[in-house]
Design a protein around this ligand. Structure first.
Ligand SMILES: Cc1cc2nc3c(=O)[nH]c(=O)nc-3n(C[C@H](O)[C@H](O)[C@H](O)COP(=O)(O)O)c2cc1C
Ligand code: SF4
Ligand code: SF4
Length: 443
């Protein structure tokens, strides 16, 4: 059996699946229940000077029958007194000494940072996470994402914390920034032991068009919130990769954002995360999802021959390049498996109107299977993405597999188009219908 245990910047846990700081970690009761179910760690709901929350607090994006593909919230940090949280934290640690309990913190002044760090350490926290990410409410008060968006301020606060912290310190980053690597660097310069990302993305998920107010509604009014759940995973993956590829960046990364299945978790790990944190999926389906996460990850590791989590961390990074390093000679062309095709012609419409007019119809109502016009196909993938039948359209390699030439190499050899009508334009000579042909074509 592979070893799922982790040592994340000195924080030990039986597995890499941690609850993110959020409603599922609001109390010792919930965290004990989660550990009992099999979770390896938990980042406590952010502690600080307690807030007063509004009602209602959440809104979601439901997409074509799928509930909550994105979740928006306008709740703040903990609304419970610190002493209650500390008492419960101590109790959790008594029952689960080998599980990771991390205290998420957000306060204003240096004195408050010093005080609360000592308080949570005394309560037995194995680590501390600094919440520099909350993009609503708290940022209006100069905390949360207001700090995460200012690398120099972030660094100063990390330094304050490091003056007193005895346990490892994780800096949780906000995605509400143009380049996540700046705060990631600042966290390192401030002396942090690790980073985690992402916190929520500032958002408005919709508007009540009858009453002219966005969701969620608080007495007829609303405000922007923080977006999370499956919809944000691509953004979180990219930011995780960006941080992991900072040259000489040796801080461990805890990946967060839209993780719901073991496969999602593996994707984060392959791009550089050595633990993962989960919020929305637990809010949606409960702590029980750990019963799929752990065995799923174990089977994957057995399948791939990984004995430890560390062996798989960052495995996809060498294959994740900048665009200029991709092979321009590599060519794929769409191919339709006629035995699987149901004749819906969605691929035709997509390619005809949204891509490169490389799919033809036979004009025969008895045989609605489209055909690929190979010489027009640029291999963009769109038809295979819209096709509702699994493996019906596949992309087949059509180059000889031997040539390799990148934009970077072409630039160095001065072989790139450099004026508006340069003959070396990639699409030069590629057949495109005349504009007036658009009026003749009726389906
Ligand atoms: C209702 C709600 C409350 C949250 N509260 C906190 C918080 O107190 N501290 C924090 O660092 N992150 C907070 N988060 C952000 C999550 O920890 C996490 O970063 C984010 O939801 C992305 O993960 P997910 O896609 O798995 O939900 C909250 C998220 C939600 C939905
Ligand atoms: S989208 Fe797929 S199933 Fe539909 S016509 Fe095209 S190939 Fe056939
Ligand atoms: S891969 Fe792109 S260009 Fe080729 S047939 Fe499909 S949609 Fe058209």
């Amino acid at each position: 059996m592979p070893d799922l245990s982790v040592n994340f910047a000195g924080i030990k846990a039986p597995n890499p699946f941690w609850l993110a700081s959020a409603p599922p970690t609001n109390s010792g009761y919930q965290i004990m229940k989660a550990f009992d179910a099999g979770w390896g760690g938990a980042v406590w709901k952010t502690l600080g000077v307690p807030v007063v929350n509004v009602s209602s607090r959440y809104a979601s994006v439901n997409y074509k029958g799928n509930r909550m593909i994105g979740l928006n919230n306008i709740e703040l940090i903990t609304d419970r007194p610190l002493k209650d949280n500390l008492r419960e934290m101590e109790e959790v640690k008594k029952y689960f000494p080998d599980h990771a309990v991390i205290a998420s913190l957000m306060v204003e002044s240096k004195a408050q940072w010093h005080q609360i760090v000592k308080d949570v350490e005394n309560a037995g926290a194995d680590g501390i996470e600094l919440n520099f990410g909350c993009p609503h409410g708290m940022c209006e008060r100069g905390m949360g994402s207001a700090v995460g968006q200012e690398p120099s301020v972030l660094k100063t606060i990390v330094e304050w914390v490091m003056e007193v912290a005895k346990v490892p310190v994780i800096v949780k980053l906000t995605p509400n920034i143009s380049d996540i690597t700046y705060p990631a660097q600042a966290a390192k310069e401030g002396g942090a032991d690790a980073i985690s990302l992402i916190n929520t993305i500032q958002s408005l998920v919709g508007v009540d068009i009858d009453n002219f107010v966005p969701y969620p509604i608080v007495d007829g009014k609303s405000t922007n919130g923080g977006y999370c759940g499956p919809a944000v995973k691509p953004i979180a993956l990219n930011m995780t990769k960006n941080c992991a590829q900072i040259p000489n960046y040796d801080l461990p990364i805890s990946g967060i954002g839209g993780i719901e299945t073991w496969r999602d978790a593996v994707e984060f790990m392959l791009l550089g995360a050595s633990t993962v944190q989960i919020c929305t999926a637990v809010m949606h389906y409960g702590f029980g999802i750990i019963r799929d996460l752990v065995p799923g990850l174990e089977s994957y590791m057995i399948d791939k021959g990984f004995n430890t989590i560390d062996e798989m961390v960052g495995k996809a990074l060498p294959n994740t390049k900048t665009w200029e390093n991709l092979n321009l000679k590599y060519k794929v062309t769409a191919s339709i498996d006629e035995s699987k095709c149901i004749g819906c012609q969605l691929c035709y419409t997509a390619c005809e109107d949204g891509a490169h007019q490389a799919i033809g119809l036979k004009g025969d109502e008895e045989n609605r299977i489209p055909f690929i016009i190979d010489e027009n196909c640029v291999g963009c993938n769109l038809c295979s993405l819209v096709c509702p039948v699994e493996e019906c359209i596949t992309m087949v390699q059509t180059d000889d597999g031997k040539s390799h030439n990148t934009w970077k190499e072409r630039t160095e050899a001065n072989e790139i188009p450099n004026d508006f009508n340069d003959e070396r334009a990639g699409g030069n000579g590629h057949w495109i219908p005349e504009p007036k042909d658009a009026l003749k074509k009726k389906r």
